[in-house]
Design a protein around this ligand. Structure first.
Ligand code: ADP
Length: 489
């Protein structure tokens, strides 16, 4: 996808509803840009609520009437395996599309395809293990049987920061459980999503089982998903604000909802830590995807004895990070995704600067590279009223706070309404258990900065979300438990 682009066979310009590649009913389209240089990567249908209603209807028919409802778990598993294998064969093409529309460095994009595809493989395996129970009954003439049944139509709304993995993590589980789906990908990254669906079509899912609706006006479609009784579940990954809106709007129908929202991850380095390992993890956790991940370390708490040393080591590493167009193989940090993100990151840095924080590295845009590039940045003495402290920056900025005691840092780390991931570094076993228990988050990295895996449950506490994705728990979001009482035996 470099220079004069030859579009790979996977770049689609239509959406997919009921087994057909179609335009928006209004015939409107919107362009997808490359954040590294503003060039147009592709153009996709700008669908509205009428198109989305057709997709919901198709998914409903497929769930209720088509052969899908009669598929055995093993048949669903086989289809998922075929999809997995097709994605695997097209890693390079999908990564190029992803890198072009999201700015993600190409090596990271390859990593995401492998990581994202692991969810399809995992849920292909889990499909055959959605067990019920037979529970000993209190009455002699009764038997208590419990089975798990698919919800029905699930609407999957996904963000741009992991254009593939956020879809597969939901779609793999939903399809394994026997649901049918309508995907609404982010407006910044619909091409990766369409490529994924193209491969699902080739894998042979029956028509209507997988539908995708592209739009750059999500709210009316989100409202339809919330209000339509035909949509039995919504799974959303994105901002806390939109997550709350969806939660409120779907409350009337008591709809199943799972939400993966923003975090404000603490990254605590205690005096006993192995600093080399902690710095490696800091780089991995903070700078992956230019800091645009919801589990990125957001507030670095450094204990007083190692504070200066850690900063020295970190600075050496940050200075050598290569920023540029993600399609170049040696680039480690790409552009921010769009203007809104860019303004947010630079605004938060200015806010911290004006409140007395000290910029140790970066703290400026890199205009020479392009409009959306921002320097990797290290800021110390960040006060607790700075936006960098209270909000999720979603950018390449390390915000540092010095602390003295374990009690003090636990209070500070938990002083947030969000609780997605948290990280800490300590070689003291008692401290490891104490702190792991006390952090108010859904996921803890102990001496580790990258913790996601298809096998592990991903999710948050407090305002970071509801439900878990990945792992065997991920299936639970897409099934209902039915209790059958066999009486008068
Ligand atoms: P971010 O852009 O910070 O990831 P958003 O929450 O805005 O977070 O976007 C995540 C996903 O939610 C995208 O697919 C976006 O189109 C979608 N979205 C935004 N607003 C709504 C809404 N009101 N209803 C449904 N989906 C929405």
């Amino acid at each position: 996808l470099q220079g004069t682009r030859t579009f790979s066979s996977l770049v689609q310009s239509k959406a997919f509803i009921n087994g057909n590649w179609i335009n928006a009913s209004s015939n409107k389209t919107f362009d997808v840009g490359n954040p590294a240089n503003g060039s147009v990567v592709g153009s996709v249908p700008n669908m509205d609520v009428n198109d989305a209603a057709l997709a919901v209807q198709a998914a409903k028919n497929a769930f209720e009437q088509s052969e899908w409802s009669k598929f055995t778990a093993k048949e669903r598993s086989s289809l998922l395996k075929k999809w997995f294998s097709l994605i695997d064969k097209n890693v390079n093409e999908i990564s190029s599309i992803m890198s072009a529309e999201s700015g993600k460095p190409i090596n990271e994009a390859r990593g995401e395809v492998a990581y994202g595809n692991a969810f399809i493989e995992w849920f292909a395996e889990e499909a055959r293990r959605i067990y019920g129970d037979i529970i000993p009954s209190p009455a002699k003439d009764r038997e208590i049987i419990v089975m798990k049944q698919p919800l029905g139509v699930a609407a999957l709304i996904t963000p741009w920061n992991f254009p593939l993995a956020m879809i597969t993590r939901k779609a793999g589980a939903a399809l394994a459980a026997g649901c049918t789906i309508v995907i609404k990908p982010a407006e910044d990254t619909p091409l990766t999503a369409l490529a994924l669906v193209k491969l699902a079509e080739e894998a042979g899912f029956p028509e209507g089982v997988i539908n995708i609706v592209t739009t750059n006006n999500a709210a009316p479609i989100g409202e339809l998903f919330c209000k339509s009784p035909d949509v039995k579940g919504i799974s959303f990954t994105g901002s806390t604000e939109v997550g709350k809106w969806l939660f409120r709007n779907s409350s009337d129908g008591i709809k199943r909802i799972s939400l993966e929202l923003g975090g404000n991850a603490p990254f605590i380095v205690f005096n006993t830590a192995n600093l080399e390992k902690a710095v490696d993890a800091a780089i991995a956790s903070k700078f992956r995807n230019c800091g645009q991940t919801c589990v990125s370390a957001n507030r670095f708490f450094l204990q007083h004895q190692i504070h200066d040393k850690f900063i020295d080591l970190l600075k050496q590493r940050v200075e050598s990070l290569k920023v540029g167009d993600g399609s170049q193989p040696d680039v480690q940090i790409g552009p921010l995704i769009n203007n809104m993100q860019f303004n947010k990151v630079s605004g938060y840095v200015e806010d911290a600067r004006s409140k007395g924080a000290e910029i140790l590295f970066g703290g400026n845009p890199l205009e020479k590279l392009g409009k959306l590039f921002y320097s990797p940045t290290i800021i110390s003495n960040v006060p607790s009223n700075a936006k960098l402290y209270t909000e999720e920056v979603f950018g390449p900025v390390v915000s540092i706070v010095k602390f003295k005691t374990e009690e003090e840092v636990i209070l500070a780390a938990n002083n947030s309404r969000r609780g997605l991931a948290g990280y800490f570094f300590s070689e003291n076993i008692q401290q490891v258990f104490r702190v792991a228990r006390l952090l108010e988050v859904g996921m803890v990295g102990v001496n580790e900065g990258l913790i996601s895996a298809a096998e592990a449950p991903f999710g948050g506490v407090k305002e970071s979300g509801i439900g878990r994705e990945g792992s065997h728990h991920g299936i639970d979001e897409y099934v209902e438990i039915k209790y059958i009482c066999m009486g008068n035996l």
